[in-house]
Design a protein around this ligand. Structure first.
Ligand code: FPP
Length: 221
């Protein structure tokens, strides 16, 4: 969800107004994904590296997240959406963490769509935490090294049993991965658009999906 800062600065507004405006796109994309029967939507909301930003911007992002969780819970329930987090939530402020835990618990039986929020997330930290837990299980005799396959490894990642993403959309014209789902995107189709995240609405999402439908996926075969 890139381009919030530039969207705001381009209008002579403070950067955080771009994040606020970005919530509208979060709602629109979640709503369309659910309408179209997409089973998993993952939004990269806050990376491990984002802690390096101005503390006031970080605090605003945490507050927006908290507001979003409070306001959207009835919609998540009505639309049968399960909220899940990818990332280390122990590193988030206590209030946000409690709220997230509560929303995850309340929505856990919802089966129509999973909305993953990547928070305090990075692809490398994900792989590292998986490696540490795997080595602990091997040392404890719960897992044999010979049983360690790509499928087993995947189960230790934050995405657990979720399938790899089919499509990765990056907004704002940047052409990099920025530490997102590094393990999981080995054969994911990429869609890069110059549209800034707050301007990314349902028509843009549909355009990306139609583009995806034209792709021929061979997975190296
Ligand atoms: C990147 O744009 C965006 C973020 C770091 C945060 C995304 C957060 C939201 C859309 C709001 C809160 C999220 C939820 C799920 C409620 P940028 O600031 O790097 O933009 P720039 O590259 O133009 O500076």
């Amino acid at each position: 969800m890139d381009g919030n800062g530039r969207w705001a600065l381009g209008r002579g507004l403070p950067r955080v107004m771009g994040h606020r405006a970005g919530i509208k796109s979060v709602r629109a994309t979640a709503e369309l994904a659910r309408e179209l029967g997409i089973q998993i939507l993952t939004l990269y909301a806050f990376s491990v590296e984002n802690w390096k930003r101005n503390p006031r911007e970080v605090a605003t992002l945490m507050r927006l997240l908290d507001e979003y969780l409070r306001r959207e819970l009835p919609t998540l329930m009505k639309n049968e959406i399960r909220l899940s987090v990818l990332g280390d939530i122990t590193g988030l402020p206590q209030g946000v963490r409690e709220h997230l835990t509560q929303v995850m618990e309340t929505t856990k039986a919802n089966g129509r769509m999973t909305l993953n929020l990547a928070l305090n997330y990075s692809g490398r930290s994900d792989i590292l935490q998986a490696a540490k837990r795997i080595s602990a299980e091997v040392r404890a005799g719960k897992l044999k090294e010979s049983e360690l396959t790509e499928t087993t490894f995947s189960r230790f990642l934050y995405t657990q049993d979720q399938p790899d993403p089919d499509l990765l959309i990056r907004t704002s014209g940047e052409q990099r991965i920025s530490n997102f789902l590094l393990w999981q995107i080995s054969y994911t189709e990429l869609y890069l658009t110059p549209t800034l995240w707050p301007d990314f609405g349902k028509p843009d999402f549909l355009k990306a999906l139609v583009d995806y439908q034209q792709r021929e996926r061979r997975f190296g075969a």
